[in-house]
Design a protein around this ligand. Sequence first.
Ligand code: TRP
Length: 443
Amino acid sequence: MAVAVREHWSSRSGFVLAAIGSAVGLGNMWRFSYLTAEHGGAAFVVLYLAITALVGLPVMLAELVVGRGSQKSPIQALQHFGGPAWKSLGFVFVAAGFLILAYYGVISGWTLRYAATALFTGFGTDVADEFMDIAQGRDAFALHVVFMIATIAVVAGGVKRGIERTAMILMPVLFLLVCGLALYATTLDGGAPGYRYYLQTDFREILSSDVLTQAAGQAFFSLSLGMGAMLTFGSYLGRDNNLPDESLIIAGADVGIAFIAGLVVFPLIFALGLSERVEESTVGALFITLPQAFAGMGAVGRLVGTLFFASLVVGALTSAISLLEVVVSSAIDGLGWQRRRAAWVMGGLITVLGAPAAWNIDFLGVMDQVANNLFLLGGGLALSLFVGWAMKDPIAEVSVGAEGTRWFFLWRTLLRFVVPSILLVVLYDAVPKTFTSVANLFR
Ligand code: TRP
């Protein structure tokens, strides 16, 4: 069998933008805003930032190190550095890719629909009631299919011509959109309470265990960690990349855009007097409250609404690409498939798997919980143990392209002790809750 040459990014900025594209997505806008609203504003944000720095960054660097060092997709990368026993963790990663993309595609389908509605007809004032119908059923599935086809087409195009090129075009667009919307939001009368709600801190909120769990899950989800997505992207890197620097840039951009998205969402909601709805709506926060705000703003609302949901579509697409790439690269390396075949077959399977989420929003919610609380947090724990303890010389590996080792010892110490401890505490809270949710669903 001829060994195919591994694909690589064509430039550093290509990789960085693709990784930011993976990180920045629905998590930043949809999940981040509703979790922040649910957990009392800035206290949650502070905790989220702390976990991103203390847990997220080290794990991201760990994923990139394993990927670049092995030049392989997750299953074989783990085997490369840890022997056959660690292979099974790679399979868990691939399974997580299936699970997450299946419902992520459904939510992305909603954003497609909302972007089109804002553009062509504008929102009616009854969106709140309509959301449940729109979000579940045949139409929801159809739009999920449309979104998945776009995702598959990009991944089928390859690392350079598909993933990298898409990110190079779309990420600057997304950044401009979100910043523009945040600037626009400052001009709204009555937005001040929104900023206050978002930025005012009630530190008592931080003390409940649930907040820690949610913040940790959100950090992993938003940074695309715990299932080998960054690992896979890292496997297309050359050895001249400075991985600690890249991690900082990627995480910084992710956190930055989530924060700016909050500066869009909260003033909008409060300016239109919809604040009492913020705390009650969870999954639907973006899809119920914001369209109501846009509906109350006339023609401007249509323009702003279109731009807002277009930015969601863009973010969702570049994230979905990375989820599919984990599965596809594993099929290429493990089964010897051609990229195009791998993309269409695996993408097709995932599309079908999204059907239950498309027909039932509670099912979708539970899939999200299982993915975050079990797969990503558990995957992050396993990965930190892998790089912290099982891998022979991770510091030698991370030093390539980034000499000067002052921080590397701190990195490994975090991976060995701090990250696993925090994740164990979180999992202790999250695992039973997740099982309860699953059980409730089938009652
Ligand atoms: N980070 C993306 C978001 O915030 C979602 C995502 C893409 C993801 N790839 C991932 C989440 C891998 C977990 C793991 O929307």
